[in-house]
Each structure stands twice: as C-alpha cells, then as structure tokens.
Design a protein around this ligand. Structure first.
Ligand code: HGY
Ligand code: MN
Ligand code: MN
Length: 355
C-alpha cells in the first residue's frame, strides 16, 4: 500500500515475473464525503474493489497482469472547493494554482499535504495513462432509477460534464438604517437574484442541473447592508454544458450591472461530459450478467473520478449499485446483498482483464 503526493492511496498487486512491464487494471473509488453525507458514496466502491481482489486471490487464482486498488483523495472537494482533486492530480487536470487554494481556516492544499508528511506538490502524483490498461469504479447510483426498476446493478454510459466555480459579488457595506433602498449596492440581494436566475436557466435545459450549495456574506451583521457575497456554483449537463455556462455568466453580469454590484467567477473545475469506453461498457454488462442481472445503461448525474480516467484515455467502466434514500445525506443507503453482487461482478471483470 502506498500514498502518493496527492494523498491518493494505492494497493498494488504485481504478478511474479511481470516486473511492472504490463499496464495495470485499476479498481476503486473515493473515501471522503460531504458535510453530513452518507456512508456509502465512494466508500462502498472501495470496499467492493477490496472484496473482489480478495475473492479472486482467496479462490487460488493469480493475476497475470498488475492490478491496483485506489482510494482517491478529496473527490468531493468539500474542504478546498476542487472536486475530483486526487484523480485530477493523477491525470494532470488540476486547475491553475490549485495547491494555493485555502480552506475556511486559511490552510492551503500544499500545507495540508505537508501536514500529512507529503512534500506538498500534488502534481508529482501524475500517472502516465499508458501505465493503466483499464479503470473500473463501482459506486452507488445515488438516485432512484435502479430502485424504481427493482434492479441491484446498473452500468454507466456517460458521466455528465461539470463546472464548479465560486462567484464573488461586490457591493458596498452600509448602515441598514441610514441607507435608503435606492442608495444601496446590496451584495446579498444581488447574489440572491443571481441564484434564482441560475435555477431558472438550469430548469429550462432538459437534463441540466444548477446548484448553489454554499453562500457567505461579509461583514455578516443584521444591521449592515452586505458588502460582499461569495457563493458556490455547480452546473452539470450531459450535453450543452458550455451553453448553460455561457447563459449563467451573462445572467450574473446583467443582474450585477442592474444592481450596481460587481461580479467575478473563479472556475475551480471544468470537466467535460465523459462518454465511457464502449468495450468497458460491454464488459460491465457481461459482468452484471455473470451474477444474473440485466443491467440497464444509465447516465450519471453525479461526477466521479472515472471521468478523469476516461478523459485521460484510460478505458473506463462504472458499475452502479442500487441505493435508496438519496445521497449526500445520512439517509443514503445500500444493501449488503447488492454490494456482494457488485463485488462478484467486479471479480468477473477483473478475472477477464487481469487473470
Ligand atoms: O458532486 C458529485 O457529483 C460527486 O458526489 N462528487
Ligand atoms: Mn459524492
Ligand atoms: Mn462519489
């Protein structure tokens, strides 16, 4: 087991005599979560990967090609705002100056990595995609489709494109009592109108979604007109993400001008939609079939580290595990039976790819 410079965890199974000449099959997911998140998002995928490798080795089979289990670091981006951080570092997709990004306490990513005992330069975690033969990520579906159909497993056809950003709205702090309504440059009122415009633009575009999950106001007192407001931006679409982003930018600018507040958007992650490898989709379908499941193909509205692997050219597959109770909440749930089916299906795929 090793930890890389981005704090991703890797377990490497090198067959005797292969001396690392052939590319690895990588299986895994992430272990981190969101504030007040569930227990299955990410973690169940890592456990299925461990269980699948364990089952193969316990049965006396041996890998003929290398296999690696990975637990990606900071997939949610909950602390520093950069989603898919660990796989972005591994596949060279970190945004500019990522390591300088700071958490709410002012600690930078580089400082946090050094506190772990790493050197602080996550970019040295870079993997050469040619070293990787395939990547498979088992993951709970996080939505209701498998449960609605009474199916334990699904496979992913595409992962939606995602833009994560931070919008800063600049107004003018002023006295709440002595400042007339017409004399204000209220940053929070401006941001609020922008949030509703983002919601309306996403609603108007088929499968697109737009979410503002974080908002901060300065100075943050009941009797001070807000001088600054910073809010998060999460825009996603399987198709047409660029158009949605363009319209959101235009709406933010228009509202800012009308309210005499400034606005700027800091893009933290911009990952295009990732159609997953056709051969791997077929393998996921056969793997599910091997445990008696006719797995439907589903578009993933959730982002995954699998996007970075696929976009780097590593043939990538995802196995969805039925989940209930939504996701990113403590209500998130999955069953041992479905997890066991997923582990068995993953073992089928691993035997085909690496045994
Ligand atoms: O936000 C997502 O889609 C993932 O859970 N990080
Ligand atoms: Mn998540
Ligand atoms: Mn996840």
């Amino acid at each position: 087991m090793r930890r890389d410079a981005a704090a991703n965890l890797w377990a490497h199974f090198e067959p005797a005599g292969s001396e690392g000449r052939s590319p690895s099959t990588v299986v895994g997911s992430h272990l981190d979560s969101v504030p007040e998140g569930g227990r299955f998002d990410g973690a169940l995928g890592v456990l299925c990967a461990v269980e699948a490798v364990d089952a193969i080795l316990d049965a006396g089979a041996r890998f003929r090609r290398p296999v690696e289990i990975v637990a990606w670091a900071d997939e949610e981006g909950a602390r520093f705002g950069i989603g898919l951080f660990g796989s972005c570092a591994a596949f060279g997709r970190l945004p500019d100056r990522a390591l300088e990004r700071r958490d709410r306490d002012g600690v930078s990513i580089a400082e946090a990595l050094r506190a772990l005992g790493e050197r602080g330069d996550a970019t040295t975690a870079r993997r050469d995609p040619k070293e990787l033969a395939a990547y498979i990520e088992p993951h709970i579906e996080q939505g209701p489709r498998l449960a609605d159909r009474g199916l334990p497993l699904g496979l992913v056809s595409d992962i939606v494109g995602i833009l994560h950003g931070r919008v800063t709205v600049g107004g003018r702090a002023d006295h709440a009592g002595a400042t007339t309504m017409t004399a204000r440059a209220d940053a929070l009122a401006g941001a609020s109108e922008m949030v509703l415009a983002i919601e309306a633009l996403a609603k108007g575009r088929g499968d697109a979604v737009g979410t503002v999950g974080e908002i901060a106001v300065r100075p943050g007192a009941k009797n001070v007109v807000p001088g600054e407001c910073v809010f998060s931006l999460d825009l996603r679409a399987a198709r047409g993400l660029d158009d949605l982003v363009r319209d959101v930018r235009a709406a933010i600018r228009r509202i800012g001008d009308a309210r005499r507040v400034t606005s700027s958007i800091d893009v933290l992650a911009n990952v295009p939609a990732a159609p997953l490898d056709a051969g791997m989709r077929d393998l996921m379908r056969r793997a599910a079939k091997s445990v008696g499941v006719d797995a439907p193909e589903l578009v993933s509205g959730a982002g995954h580290d699998a996007m970075n692997a696929q976009l780097a050219g590593v043939p990538t597959g995802m196995l969805f595990i039925r989940s209930t109770g939504g996701s990113h909440t403590p209500r998130e749930s999955a069953t041992v039976d479905d997890a066991a089916l997923a582990a068995d299906a993953l073992a089928f795929a691993l035997r085909e790819l690496a045994c």
